[in-house]
Design a protein around this ligand. Structure first.
Ligand code: B12
Length: 136
């Protein structure tokens, strides 16, 4: 049974000098829509939402959340420009919580679902809007 879900919005890490600076980032509204949809169907499930651009050390925060919040399912969202940090975080989750299922969603997973699945970065790829599929 799933009782704690961690959702991570993965943006380009702050210390990376790349296109799509974190200065142009956003509130994690897509993930909050998922929280709202799941809560209607399963009100007892607890959520934690982390946006990597709120920290200079996102991997440390992920590590801390895995031990303090102890999720039994993790969802990852990113744009394609953040596919490298997406990979780094997915690999960290696999290393620290090998039994916890990973679900990918958002623009990167939606446009490159074959890539994220073949690389084994996630167990399930949700394409496009996630409210119905994620609840399922
Ligand atoms: C608002 C917006 C912005 C904002 C916010 C950016 C952001 N990171 O979201 C600003 C203006 C900052 C921006 C900038 C950029 N953007 Co922009 N932007 C959009 C826009 C118009 C809407 C995004 C949005 O908020 N949608 C509403 C929310 C509710 O939807 P959502 O987050 O996608 O979430 C839903 C699903 O994706 C899914 N889902 C999401 N996450 C997860 C996770 C799980 C586990 C599951 C199951 C499901 C799931 O369920 C959610 C609810 O239905 C989209 C186009 C579009 N129509 O989607 C382009 C879009 C996301 N942007 C795009 C691009 C390329 C950029 C830039 C790289 C442009 C540039 N060269 O600088 C930068 C990147 C900045 C950054 N660091 O993120 C592309 C991304 C393509 C890709 N494959 O990655 C898009 C898709 C436009 C396009 N068609 O090309 N953008």
């Amino acid at each position: 049974m799933i009782s704690r879900i961690l959702l991570i919005d993965v943006d380009v890490f702050r210390n990376e000098d790349s296109v799509g600076s974190v200065n142009f980032s956003h509130h994690p509204i897509g993930l909050l829509y998922l929280v709202s949809a799941v809560r209607q169907a399963f009100p007892a499930i607890d959520f934690n939402v982390f946006h990597t651009s709120t920290s200079n050390e996102p991997l440390k925060i992920v590590e801390a959340l895995l031990s303090s919040f102890n999720p039994d399912l993790v969802g990852l969202r990113s744009l394609s420009i953040a596919q490298e940090p997406f990979k780094i975080i997915a690999e960290k989750l696999r290393e620290l919580k090998p039994g916890v299922p990973l679900v990918g969603g958002g623009p990167y997973t939606s446009s490159s679902y074959d890539d994220v699945l073949l690389k084994g970065l996630v167990d399930i790829a949700v394409i496009g809007e996630g409210e119905t599929t994620f609840v399922d």
